[in-house]
Design a protein. Structure first.
Length: 155
């Protein structure tokens, strides 16, 4: 599995309740550009329309060697899911406060482009602050342990 894009901001702004893997319908130049890692998932979201699931605001840069048939960078793209999966997601996503957010895009072992979606609930400001405190405390603990191990090896 080769990760093309990761939406780190989504993990900061949302609690990820569940993840779903979905295929994504791309054109030829979009696939070539994605293989080069020219994808941005920041501010992207998924929504339902006409019984299908679409992803919006995913920026895939135009392919450099593309011609006049190059793709539109911000076009909405259809997500490929089985009907049962889609119906289950629709039911959970209709709950109040739940958002479908793309977490990362990658190519699987078979070379197919996949999008990992998260059923997310927004974090409040105090939740974000608490996460930062936990991360800093963990970092300090790792640093202290690392320094302690170095001290023992020198004796």
């Amino acid at each position: 599995m080769r990760i093309v894009a990761d939406n780190r901001k989504a993990r900061h702004d949302y609690f990820v309740l569940e993840t779903i893997e979905a295929g994504i319908a791309l054109t030829g130049t979009e696939v070539k550009s994605a293989r080069l890692g020219r994808v941005n998932l920041q501010d992207a979201y998924a929504s339902f329309a006409h019984g299908e699931l679409y992803v919006h605001h995913v920026h895939i840069s135009p392919y450099a060697q593309g011609n006049r048939m190059n793709h539109e960078p911000y076009r909405e793209r259809k997500l490929l899911l089985h009907r049962k999966e889609l119906d289950a997601i629709v039911g959970r996503a209709r709950e109040r406060g739940i958002t479908l957010v793309p977490l990362r895009m990658y190519f699987n072992d078979r070379g197919l482009c996949k999008l990992e979606l998260g059923l997310c609930r927004g974090k409040k400001l105090y939740d974000k602050r608490e996460d930062l405190k936990e991360r800093d405390a963990k970092r300090e603990m790792e640093r202290a342990l690392k320094g302690r191990h170095r001290g023992l090896g020198a004796n």
